[in-house]
Design a protein around this ligand. Structure first.
Ligand code: HPA
Ligand code: ZN
Length: 369
């Protein structure tokens, strides 16, 4: 899988497996595999679309096959929002989250900041507390059993009315989930806010007032931007208070904005396989990894919706290596920037950077010899 025609192939695969990774762009609902969708549909008596209206839902195999032919972000989203309707109980949410963390940990992820989308679940009658308590439980279990540090990022959906996002924001604030625990000083239950779903169409700044309020409260803010849309979507996201950009590949076509993003050390959470699967680019080599490295833009490499795009995080790393043939030191920069751009304290950052140094030194001779 890693640099396929190199005699060092196995060593590169081992190196990229062992390299301590942070994943910042992963939708927990995007970890629902076709087999889990069919299983939960039966368990929870929640029907999937009839195969007569959508033949993709005939079987696990036909659904998996359809996932290989997304034509756009919106085409993918129609399957994504249908798939997630089978989640019902707190343990469904907890198990889904833990299964992601277990897979990610086995692929060398030490820290994960994960998105979840309450609005769609709440619209079909699932209580906010069921969703959040389930996901929090999955995170705590991962911290305890796998040693992975975790962060939850709640996403607002751009295809729904802004009032729906405002109601969700108010619910989270009132539950005390967006602020530090005043007694223990522990970090918030929900560590950041983001926004996702259709990019081109809804107003670019539709969450301006929520982001202004959250920013004033010191809440971490990110936003999907510059995936299908041009660099003006990134500019708007930054202007309303985002301090991180999810995807952001359109940045490469705007040198002035790229210089600003590099200078301000804004992290882009790049998802190369997702970009190919959703036809934002034709091949991985068109994702501006080289440009970002050369211009000092901080980025991490992520899987986005691995159950839909067929590649979990390690494969995303390997496909980047196949396409770009990066050096060990370039990987060190990517891994360290991923740590620096994470929403964790200095102690955890120092620990993770130390682990990266150990792995780099262990492999340097083998890979560069
Ligand atoms: N873009 C926008 N919304 C999403 C995505 C994405 O890649 N994945 C899940 N929701
Ligand atoms: Zn995404």
């Amino acid at each position: 899988m890693c640099p396929s025609n190199s005699p060092q192939k196995d060593h590169w695969h081992e190196f990229l497996t062992d390299l301590p990774k942070c994943e910042h762009h992963i939708h927990l609902e995007g970890c629902l595999t076709p087999s889990l969708i069919f299983h939960l549909s039966q368990k929870n008596s929640i029907p999937l679309p009839s195969p007569t209206t959508n033949p993709a839902y005939t079987s696990i195999e036909s659904l998996s096959a359809r996932y290989g032919h997304f034509t756009s972000l919106d085409d993918f989203l129609s399957f994504y929002f249908t798939g997630m309707t089978v989640l019902k109980t707190a343990s469904d949410f907890s198990d889904l989250a833990f299964s992601y963390f277990a897979r990610a940990s086995s692929e060398g992820v030490h820290h994960a900041e994960v998105f979840f989308d309450p609005q769609d679940h709440m619209q079909r009658g699932i209580a906010y507390d069921t969703i959040v308590s389930g996901y929090v439980d999955g995170c705590k279990r991962a911290e305890r059993e796998l040693g992975v540090s975790t962060r939850l990022i709640m996403c607002f959906l751009k295809h729904l009315p802004v009032e729906s996002a405002e109601a969700l924001y108010k619910t989270s604030l009132e539950a005390g989930h967006l602020s530090k625990n005043p007694e223990t000083g522990d970090s918030p239950i929900i560590h950041g806010l983001g926004c996702s779903s259709s990019e081109v169409g809804p107003p670019k700044d539709m969450f301006r007032s929520i982001y202004a309020s959250a920013s004033a409260r010191g809440i971490n803010l990110t936003a999907h931007a510059g995936e299908e849309g041009d660099s003006s979507y990134i500019e708007t996201a930054l202007s309303i208070g985002a301090t991180r950009i999810d995807h952001g590949i359109a940045l490469a076509s705007d040198p002035a904005l790229m210089a600003r993003v590099a200078a301000e050390k804004i992290l882009l959470t790049v998802c190369p396989v997702s970009n190919v699967q959703l036809k934002c680019v034709e091949r991985i080599s068109e994702v501006p990894i080289r440009t970002f490295l050369d211009h000092g833009v901080r980025f991490s490499i992520n899987s986005d919706d691995p159950a839909y795009f067929g590649a979990w995080v390690l494969e995303c790393y390997c496909r980047v290596q196949e396409a770009f043939g990066l050096s060990v030191d370039e990987w060190r920069v990517i891994a360290e920037n991923s740590v620096e751009g994470s929403w964790v304290g200095v102690e955890r950052k120092r620990e993770l950077v130390g682990r990266i140094g150990e792995v780099v030194e262990r492999f340097r001779g083998v890979l560069e010899g």
